[in-house]
Design a protein around this ligand. Structure first.
Ligand SMILES: [Zn+2]
Length: 588
């Protein structure tokens, strides 16, 4: 049995088999069913979206021996001959190769004769914009007074190049690019029929690479099947496309969210095994950050067209808007600087480390870019960070070397934190641990987030402080951060979750929050979380406000530092020096 390429084998024979373009098909089907026919149709759209496929189906609809129909029989000789490309009354012209006016004249001389076999003589002119002006004039004459037995089906990728006089005489249909979602759906169908196994992410890679074209998508599928020898795996398809496995981009994002330099570097190492184009890695990271930024402002704008909606929303909830903007700027700059880097891989690594170094800190930390990343220390799943208080007298360098080599235990850190509280101008030290190491508890929050709050003291003012001490993690933390306290009554607490951040909320988060609060206050509480508009400040709102205030102070503080100068001049055009407010250490 001879092998037939998939694009040809699965070329739709009826409107109902078409992928996408529902808006066009509906109109055509309606026109055919009600016998309201136009004499000239123009199909526009990028390559491989189905322009000539629709035109050929339309030619069958018009000439099927069962009568004009939106559902040609496929059995009669007209249907079969059109299908096989040998129907005498379907005249297909590729204008790209026939642009001379003589050609068109010769072609159009044919128009006056009645069809020899079919109901209509159908002229299908592909890439019609390539015709010369004289050819257009010849065509226009026929379009102005078309004989009743003639139909023109024109197709073009570039309708702007058509004379208005021609455009105005055609019924125009704009074909859309297909979404990756639609393409993946189609690929799944074909692979199911062909009985070929696949890993789903590999289909999303193909769907993205096809850039909206069904034909390109099926051509890529054909080649990928050959390359993968049987089963389509994500790794093999990445290698074939020279594309980046989105799973790795997601891993990079998660390393950034966890502020885990070791994980980021490990992901780069893994990526390096496939010898990727590191500029493309940054490109993909930029594209991911872009979607996260959009998700933060308009969550509904994120569709699942790339198969990763849930992850993007989770990242949007886990990162502050400022961080996303900063990461984006740094990635953009990193890509620009890549050619100047020692090599592309180290360029990417430096970009990621710079993101972590410049991450504005959570409450209790300053926005100053003094975080230390020690791959060895982070390799032990423990991150140490030191931020100097933004006291003018304190040079940036004081804090840095001290912790770069340190392996402080939580108790040492606690002691150091107590000490620094006493001296106020000394570096503030915080420790955080991965959730995967429950044995190592974060340092008691007393020094970091103030004294414990009793239930009787719980109010809209103290709620953000309680939040910091709850020890929540992940999505639950993010959700609680967007809650304002609405009511305390006996053992009943009511929280209002900012509805703009409600996308990821489910009962499990409510239960965890209730447990954490009960645990914190030492009594069983009933916690109700309702979606709405918070009437008081949420911990997240407070954090952003304090971060903003602190960042301004810190930027002012460290403008003499070359690193920060680079940050300000290259990334920070938005800093407003006039609005800097003095920092009050008791603010949180
Ligand atoms: Zn037929």
């Amino acid at each position: 049995m001879s092998y037939q390429v998939l694009a040809r084998k699965w070329r739709p024979r009826t409107f109902r088999e078409m992928v996408g373009q529902g808006h066009v098909l509906q109109t055509l089907i309606h026109a055919l069913d009600s016998q309201r026919l136009h004499h000239a149709y123009l199909f526009t759209g990028t390559r491989g979206v189905g322009k000539t496929t629709i035109a050929r189906i339309l030619a069958r609809c018009l000439n099927c021996e069962t009568g004009i129909t939106s559902n040609p029989c496929g059995e009669c000789s007209a249907c079969r001959e059109i299908n096989e490309g040998r129907f005498i009354d379907l005249i297909e012209v590729d204008a790209a190769s026939r642009t001379k006016v003589e050609d068109t004249r010769e072609l159009l001389e044919n128009v006056q004769y009645a069809p020899s076999r079919g109901r209509f003589k159908v002229f299908l002119i592909d890439e019609v914009h390539m015709l010369s002006n004289n050819s257009f004039n010849a065509l226009l004459k026929t379009l102005e007074e078309p004989p009743p037995h003639v139909k023109f089906l024109l197709a073009t990728t570039d309708p702007q190049k058509l004379p208005v006089t021609v455009l105005s005489r055609c019924l125009q249909f704009n074909l859309k690019n297909l979404s990756p979602e639609k393409l993946v759906e189609h690929l799944k169908f074909i692979l199911g029929e062909e009985k070929i196994a696949y890993e789903e992410p590999s289909l999303w890679q193909l769907g993205r690479a096809a850039q909206g074209s069904v034909r390109d998508c099926l051509t890529l599928l054909d080649q990928a099947i050959g390359f993968c020898e049987g089963k389509l795996t994500t790794a093999k398809v990445s290698e074939f496309l020279g594309s980046i496995d989105q799973g790795e981009i997601r891993a990079l994002m998660e390393a950034l969210i966890a502020e885990d330099a070791a994980a980021a570097l490990a992901t780069v190492r893994k990526l390096a095994d496939t010898s990727p184009d590191f500029a493309v890695v940054l490109q993909e990271l930029l594209s991911w950050l872009h979607r996260v930024a959009i998700a933060q402002v308009v969550p509904d704008a994120i569709d699942n067209s790339l198969g990763d909606r849930e992850q993007v929303l989770a990242h949007a909830a886990a990162l502050s808007r400022e961080n996303v903007q900063l990461y984006y700027q740094i990635a953009l700059k990193g890509r620009e600087d890549l050619p100047a880097a020692l090599d592309a891989r180290s360029g990417l690594e430096m970009t990621l480390l710079r993101m972590l170094a410049f991450t504005p800190q959570l409450p209790g930390k300053t926005a100053a870019p003094t975080k230390n990343i020690d791959p060895v220390a982070t390799g032990q799943k423990k991150k140490l960070t030191v931020e100097p208080e933004p006291e003018p007298a304190l040079p940036l360098q004081v804090a840095t070397p001290k912790v770069a080599k340190s392996r402080l235990s939580p108790s040492e850190l606690q002691a150091a934190a107590v000490q620094t509280t006493a001296t106020a101008a000394a570096p503030r030290i915080t420790a955080s641990t991965e959730a995967s190491e429950p044995a190592v508890k974060p340092a008691p929050p007393v020094q970091l987030s103030g004294r414990p709050i009793a239930l009787a003291e719980l109010s809209t003012d103290t709620w953000p402080q309680v939040f910091l001490q709850l020890g929540l993690a992940g999505v639950t933390r993010s959700i609680a951060g967007h809650c304002a306290l609405a009511l305390v009554s006996g053992d009943q607490l009511k929280l209002v979750l900012d509805s703009r951040h409600g996308a990821l909320f489910n009962e499990e988060h409510g239960r965890r929050l209730e447990l954490a609060l009960s645990d914190y206050f030492g009594q069983a509480l009933k916690v109700q979380v309702a979606s709405g508009t918070p009437a008081s400040e949420t911990p997240s709102g407070r954090r952003i406000r304090i971060e903003d205030e602190r960042r301004l102070a810190a930027v002012h503080e460290f403008t003499h530092d070359p690193l920060v100068q680079a940050l300000v001049t290259r990334f920070g055009a938005e800093i407003n020096y006039e609005s800097i407010t003095p920092l009050n250490p008791d603010q949180h």
